[in-house]
Ligand binder design. Structure first.
Ligand SMILES: Nc1ncnc2c1ncn2[C@@H]1O[C@H](COP(=O)(O)OP(=O)(O)OP(=O)(O)O)[C@@H](O)[C@H]1O
Ligand SMILES: [Mg+2]
Length: 258
């Protein structure tokens, strides 16, 4: 493992009953990279994310994050090492304001306990103020700070997606996993999100993301990992992947199936 390797996945497998959702998959993500995971529906992309974030246990294989084995660790333990994610389906708390949603992302960092929060001790106010300021900064990073005090459900879909990313950033991670961040966005919103992610990469963030929108993948990914029926069938730069016969066949196969 090189010094720069952030995530290392080795021979990772997961089967559900008879289905090999992820089979013998290996790849690395290095610091500051944007790595895309692509593949037809049911290829195992979300399962891979669930394994890496500790939501489900692997059947076999190794996962190392920052040089530490995270196999068998609980999601909160993995999160505390500096990894957060967003979900394929939007998960926003509708009744909260935008900033409150983002603040929930910070809570793993809160030092003051529930007891003192209940008693409203002075430290709690100070800490809450800090969390709020931090949340505002996160909203600024994704470009929706002006909507901080709106109710989350009043935001258009594209902005709710940005809100989810701001919430992930609030946990101060070094690595963010995004499951289909562009799903449901119009072309302008997609381009905006690409710019947001590129700016975050400039500031040192590392991303692993699942995406069906090829234009986005090609415009932003440093490296692409292609899954098909749970197996890694290719890995390379966007140029390499675009001309890879196995990848083309996997996608044509999907079109034929439709
Ligand atoms: N909890 C589960 N129990 C049983 N089978 C599952 C479970 N989760 C996923 N699978 C199966 O594993 C395979 C991979 O599913 P997964 O959701 O990881 O695919 P995906 O690549 O994310 O697909 P999509 O592009 O549609 O989101 C599928 O055959 C799916 O039916
Ligand atoms: Mg999925």
């Amino acid at each position: 493992m090189t010094e720069e390797t952030l995530l290392k996945v080795e021979n990772l497998s997961k089967s559900f009953g008879g289905v090999n959702a992820v089979e013998n998959v290996s790849f690395e993500v290095r610091k500051g990279e944007i790595v895309a995971v692509i593949g037809p529906n049911g290829a195992g992309k979300t399962t891979l994310f669930n394994l890496v974030t500790g939501v489900i246990p692997a059947t076999s294989g190794k996962i190392t994050f920052k040089g530490v084995s995270i196999i068998g660790k609980r999601p909160y333990q993995i999160a505390s090492l500096g990894m957060t994610r967003t979900f394929q389906n939007l998960q926003v708390f509708n009744n909260m304001t935008v900033i409150e949603n983002v603040m929930t992302g910070s809570h793993i960092r809160l030092k003051t306990g529930i007891l003192s929060s209940g008693l409203r001790l002075p430290n709690v106010y100070k800490e809450e103020k800090e969390v709020m300021q931090k949340a505002l900064q996160c909203l600024e990073q994704v470009g929706i700070a002006d909507l901080a005090f709106e109710r989350a459900e009043t935001l258009p879909y594209g902005n709710q997606r940005l809100l989810e990313i701001a919430r992930a950033v609030a946990a101060e991670p070094s690595f963010i996993l995004l499951d289909e961040p562009m799903a449901g966005l119009n072309p302008q919103e997609s381009r905006n999100l690409v710019n947001v992610l590129k700016n975050m990469r400039k500031q040192g963030m590392t991303f692993l993301f699942v995406e069906h929108d090829m234009e986005t993948v090609m415009s932003i990914a440093d490296k692409i990992v292609v899954l098909d029926y749970g197996k890694k069938i290719a890995e390379g730069t966007p140029e390499e992947i675009a001309s890879n016969p196995k990848v083309i066949a996997a996608y044509l196969g999907e079109e034929e199936a439709i």
